[in-house]
Write a protein that binds this ligand. Sequence first.
Ligand code: ITT
Length: 201
Amino acid sequence: SKLLLATANKKKLVELQRILDLALGAERIALVGLGDFEDYPDVPETGLTFGENALIKAREGARRTGLPTVADDSGIAVDALNGMPGVFSARWSGEHGNDLANLELVLAQISDVGDGQRGGAFVCAAALVLPNGREHLVEGKQRGTILRAQRGEGGFGYDPIFLGDGQSRTNAELSPAEKDVISHRGKAFRELAKVIAKEVP
Ligand code: ITT
């Protein structure tokens, strides 16, 4: 069946279709992104947590389209920055979606932080809102270390500066399938896939 993914981020759409195909079978869910809807407004992400923002995006999508809707709100929480950029990850540099400027600002802000104190986590909240009003919310995390320079060309966002715990390659050096196994998004959406299997016919 058709499921709206209330995101303007094409990389998220690709990752999520891949994760859901593996969890539920390739033909089970066809995700459509916001790009397929003309004049879809910018929805203000005013939540203080990833979960609140995921629900804001999913509720708005379900209300506007009548489709069962999933949303992803995600980002990186850096220990040495007291959990920032957190929900501000996509616009940390001031320019929404400028991945390079955002990661360069984080690197500059923790340039004098020592090797033992560069921990952080990717966090993903995944929400499902159904046309009948039922709501589900799950969360996934990946802990790791923030490097001092970029490594790798894959993934998106902060992947090139993030070395997952127990990994020898950054998230940007992993294959897409390898990233899905350990990533915050992989964990959250494998959990949500179980709910989708029950709630979306
Ligand atoms: P939508 O709100 O339209 O879904 P967005 O890109 O604005 O798209 P978010 O508000 O959830 O999404 O911001 C997520 C940001 O966090 C994103 O821009 C990345 O910089 C970062 N991020 C999220 N997941 C990531 C991942 O798997 N790898 C690296 N960075 C990630």
